[in-house]
Design a protein around this ligand. Sequence first.
Ligand SMILES: NC(=O)c1ccc[n+]([C@@H]2O[C@H](COP(=O)([O-])OP(=O)(O)OC[C@H]3O[C@@H](n4cnc5c(N)ncnc54)[C@H](O)[C@@H]3O)[C@@H](O)[C@H]2O)c1
Length: 338
Amino acid sequence: MAYRGVLIGCGFFARNHMAAWADIADVDIVAVIDRDPARAEAYARDFGIPRWGSDAEALLAEVRPVFVDIATTVASHRALVELAARHARLVICQKPFAETLEDATAMVAACAAQGVQLAVHENFRWQRPIREVKALLDQGAIGTPRWLRLSFRHGYDIYANQPYLAEVRDLALTDIGLHLFDMVRHLMGDAVRLSCEVQRRNPQVAGFDAFHAVLRHGSGAVSSVECSFHSQRSPDPFPQSLLVVEGDSGTIEVTEGFRLRLHRPGGVEERDVEPPCPVWGARPWHLIQESVAAFQAQLPAALSGGAEMEPSGAHNLQTLAMVIAAIRAGDTGETVTL
Ligand SMILES: NC(=O)c1ccc[n+]([C@@H]2O[C@H](COP(=O)([O-])OP(=O)(O)OC[C@H]3O[C@@H](n4cnc5c(N)ncnc54)[C@H](O)[C@@H]3O)[C@@H](O)[C@H]2O)c1
């Protein structure tokens, strides 16, 4: 018996969710919902889904899914997660999880009260290069990690597919910063304090489209996290995150063109960590699309009593707290204790 799921939010990015669910044999999306019924209908037609509509409450009660995948923009998340928690055993919520810690904490509590698993769709830590770096760190390939630089700088026109981003004040921190902070926590452990400088680089957008944060981790390690949506490079590395991690006995680098280099006293090993392009995917998005598939592939095990999907809503509270702290640090120049 396949796990019956419902997707809410039939916009730009959820097409990747739908294509990835179709590749998982144990999953059956039985209904799609959008507040705009024409969008839901188009998804139902394109992906062969039997039920569609705009009334989430009624449709969830009717189809009784095992899980709900919420792919709407952030302002709708709390109400939809609280609704889904009354109808399913597992809820997935796209990032940004919430605009405030109050909303995020309420969603975690609503799911916990019903015994429902809650995961946040933080797919960047599931990108193939990051999976490979994490495995090397866990194997002790460079000893204890002491310093990291994570950099997401490009000039790709993100506003063409996501025009709403041009109006967001803390754009770089809330759109990509939280992915980067989740990746850094995943690789280096939790941070205890941070400072952050923000910039508005593109005069056509309303908000801060660049930031540079410096983190101190509980382990004593230090990380530099950078993001810019207005950097001219040729070829443009979008959507790759470039990375260097230095440990006591070696260094790992991920450079443009998906090259991973492991530097150790005996020399350098280099390998290709480019993910395959899903049949439904397209370059340069294949890095993101394959990570969506890897994130969603956790679901059958999570529903059959195995490990919970990562990261959970509870885990994501600290990532959201870091974004909120970085916004404050950018506004005031303070170093914020987490
Ligand atoms: N993880 C990633 O790599 C990644 C990439 C891009 C976007 N995103 C995130 O995905 C989310 C959606 O982004 P998008 O670009 O697809 O946006 P979008 O505006 O294209 O799509 C959102 C859809 O949700 C619907 N919607 C909004 N509120 C609703 C509600 N209350 N009930 C039902 N439907 C509702 C809208 O009508 C729209 O069709 C955002 O939070 C964005 O940050 C994540």
